[in-house]
Every structure is written in structure tokens, then in C-alpha cells.
Design a protein around this ligand. Structure first.
Ligand code: EZ4
Ligand code: CO
Length: 402
């Protein structure tokens, strides 16, 4: 099966998405997600200028060889732009292979290991009362796991808090929005949020929290310890992970489970974290960490060390990524949980898909491939809108980690 034509489709049905469409001489096509939030057009250029010309005329079935040639053949290895481009190609080729086999992707990977994929939703509010109510609304919708984020009194623009009744969408301004961060205010505040949630909803519901890289290892250890009575499912991205050894310091101080990796793009970003069992969940995703081919390798390494998957699934990862992730999740032996933020109605219309949600679990559906398509005519009606992610400064003006 020969690769005949490849297109990069940029569309913004409420937010920006980059989609790669690979067409073959046999009429079968595959889709891959290439969205890198706030840096979308750099991946478009990488694909159009450097990747597509190399792929035309190649055998679409040779996924492993194409992966290796894009990874090794560029000479310049890894990095989010390169790896997002490789991921998009890889996912599109797995979509093609599964369609050619007339099977949903999870069947090709090895079949279902479970009946459904446990997902967690995003609850947020400006204060504890609002966040508690938001968690309740997820429980009412059937969710078994909910991430809780709250505004902190006196701190402008806390991570994870929506504006008005909107879902939280951080990349909402042309130039980076400035937010403020106070570690002291945060650490004084957060335990009360989870204490209230446990008092209100009991111990059965799984609760998660995203620190979004704001703490030092020592502070993260202290927070993990303070949250132990409320039995979190995980504490996410508690400190930056460029220095993987930082997690040893956190691990020594708390038994609160640790998740990290939504910004990782390679197995080398998490090898030490996994081999030393410093984390419980790996969040590297199909769209940013090399597609099915590379994530399979990361998941297999993690399985040896009882580290489970917990893929990133925010709305800046397109339905193409979500559908692929759900196929992967249904199969992967060491599955933990999948993040799920519902896309807008406009996004769902541009990307018709077979995945469904019921009683806290999702299923990728039985459509051959990953089960997600694109309506190109509709996509064309939503032109690209330049948007960047916010930055965070300490109260004295020092630039901090967002
Ligand atoms: O901030 O996807 O766990 N989810 C997250 C997300 C990220 C965005 C960045 O593009 O941390 O909300
Ligand atoms: Co996160």
C-alpha cells in the first residue's frame, strides 16, 4: 500500500488543531493528531517542509521503518516539535493498518484487556464551594474519578480554573496571559479543599489533583504528606521533571501516588523515573511522545516496574488523539486511568468519532482504525487563531513555572 498524498489540516473549532491525513493508492486514508498547543504552526512547517516529501511513495505498512527513519534520519533527535510530527505520522499509519485489517486498532494491538476505560473529568471553581459543587456534578454524570482544581483566595489566575461557566481553556490569548503564583497561599489552601471533598462525597470517589509544576521537590513532598488522609488517586506534575532525580526527594516524603509526563516526548524523559519507581503513573501521550510505536515501548518499560499509564487528555489534544488513546488504553496491560475533557460541540462536529462515555468509563467503539474522522469542509470554516499558553510570575514578579 503506497503513500500517495499527505495533507496537513489546520482548523480552529473553538481551539486550534493540526491534523495529518495520509492517503494511499488503495483509497484507505489515516489520520494523526499533530497539535502542539501554542506552537501549532511549527509542527505544520516541520511536517510540510521536511516530513511529507520523504514519505510520498513509501509503503504505508512499514510503520516501524518509517518511525525509525523519521527519528534517526533527521539527525536531530527528540524535542516536542519533532516528536509531535513523528507521532502524527505514526498514528495515521496505525489507523491505515487497522482499517486495512478491518479491525478497530485495539484488536490489532492485542485485543481488549478490560471492558471499558476508566476516565477522570475536570472539576474546577473559583473557590472551595464552587469546586465541591463541580465535583458533585461529575459524580451525578456517572464519573468514578474527578480532578479537582480551585481558585486560591488572593491569587489571580490559578491553574485549572475556568472563566465564568466555561470549561478551562488555558490558551486563550494571542500573547501569553500573565498569572500570579504564591506557593504559600496554595499550600495553606489545598488540604482544606480535599478535606471538604472527602467530607462531602465520602471515600469511594477517586480524586485527582494537578500541581502543574509549581512546587520544589521538598514542597511537593510536604503537600503529598498533607494530602495523605484524603487518599488521592494521584498528585500530578508536582515539580518539573527535567531533573528526574527530583522525584526521588518527593517519593521519600510521601505515599501519595505521583503522576508526571504530559510534556514528555521520549522514553528518555522518563526512563529513570520508571526504573527507580519514583512515579506511579506515566502521562506521556500518543500525540507528543512518538505515537503508538513509541508509547508501546514506554508502557512496556513501565509495566516492568508496576508503573501504570495515565495519558494526558486535555481539550488541546484532538479527538484523533483521544480515539487512538482509548484504543491503546483498552489494550495496554498496565492501564491506570485516562484523562477526559469533553471537547466542544463544534470540535466534535469537525471530528466525528465512534468513542462513547457511559457510567465513568469510555470505549473506543468498533469502527476499523482508531475510529475518528474529519469533516474537511467543515474544518475549513474555522481558520487558525494564534493563541498562546499563559505564564506565571511569583508575587515579586519573578518568572515561575506555569
Ligand atoms: O495545561 O494541556 O492535565 N492537564 C493539563 C492541561 C495542560 C494543557 C497544556 O496545553 O495539565 O490542562
Ligand atoms: Co496536567
Amino acid at each position: 500500500m503506497i503513500i500517495k498524498n499527505i495533507k496537513v489540516i489546520v482548523t480552529s473549532p473553538g481551539r486550534n488543531f493540526v491534523t495529518l491525513k495520509i492517503e494511499t493508492d488503495q483509497g484507505i486514508y489515516g489520520l494523526g493528531d499533530a497539535t502542539l498547543n501554542g506552537r501549532e504552526l511549527s509542527v505544520v512547517s516541520y511536517l510540510e517542509d521536511h516530513v511529507i516529501p520523504v514519505l510520498i511513495g513509501r509503503d504505508a505498512h512499514r510503520i516501524q521503518d518509517i518511525w525509525a527513519s523519521l527519528y534517526k534520519g533527521a539527525y536531530w533527535r527528540r524535542g516536542p516539535v519533532t516528536m509531535s510530527a513523528i507521532s502524527a505520522v505514526d498514528v495515521a499509519l496505525w489507523d491505515i493498518k487497522a482499517k486495512a485489517a478491518n479491525m478497530p486498532l485495539y484488536q490489532l494491538l492485542g485485543g481488549a484487556s478490560r471492558d471499558g476505560v476508566l476516565v477522570y473529568g475536570h472539576a474546577n471553581g473559583a473557590n472551595i464551594a464552587e469546586t465541591v459543587a463541580a465535583v458533585g456534578s461529575y459524580i451525578d454524570q456517572g464519573y468514578k474519578a474527578v480532578r479537582a482544581q480551585s481558585g486560591i483566595p488572593g491569587v489571580k489566575g490559578s491553574y485549572g480554573v475556568g472563566k465564568g461557566t466555561d470549561h478551562y481553556e488555558p490558551a486563550d490569548s494571542t500573547l501569553p496571559e500573565e498569572t500570579v503564583w504564591s506557593t504559600t497561599a496554595y499550600l495553606n489552601f489545598i488540604p482544606e479543599l480535599f478535606e471538604t471533598l472527602r467530607k462531602t462525597y465520602g471515600n469511594e470517589i477517586e480524586l485527582l489533583h494537578d500541581v502543574h509544576h509549581r512546587l520544589t521537590p521538598n514542597e511537593a513532598g510536604a503537600l503529598g504528606k498533607a494530602l495523605e488522609p484524603y487518599r488521592l488517586f494521584w498528585m500530578e506534575d508536582c515539580t518539573p521533571a527535567e531533573n528526574q532525580d527530583a522525584f526521588r526527594l518527593v517519593r521519600e516524603k510521601t505515599v501519595t501516588p505521583l503522576a508526571v509526563g504530559e510534556v514528555f516526548n521520549s522514553i528518555h524523559d522518563c526512563r529513570r523515573l520508571i526504573e527507580n519507581q519514583w512515579i506511579d503513573y506515566i502521562r506521556a501521550t500518543l500525540v507528543h511522545a512518538g505515537g503508538v510505536t513509541h508509547l508501546r515501548q514506554i508502557a512496556s518499560l513501565a509495566e516492568l516496574y508496576q508503573v501504570r499509564t495515565g495519558f494526558h487528555g486535555a481539550t488541546d489534544l484532538s479527538p484523533v488523539c483521544m480515539g487512538t488513546a482509548l484504543n491503546f488504553d483498552l489494550w495496554v496491560p498496565n492501564f491506570g486511568i485516562q484523562e477526559y475533557m469533553k471537547h466542544s460541540a463544534a470540535t466534535d462536529e469537525v471530528f466525528p468519532h465512534s468513542y462513547t462515555f457511559k457510567d465513568g468509563y469510555m470505549h473506543p467503539g468498533e469502527t476499523p482504525g482508531h475510529g475518528v474522522d474529519i469533516d474537511e469542509e467543515l474544518a475549513a470554516k474555522y481558520p487558525y487563531e494564534p493563541k498562546q499558553l499563559p505564564i506565571a510570575r511569583l508575587t515579586d514578579g519573578t518568572l515561575w513555572n506555569w
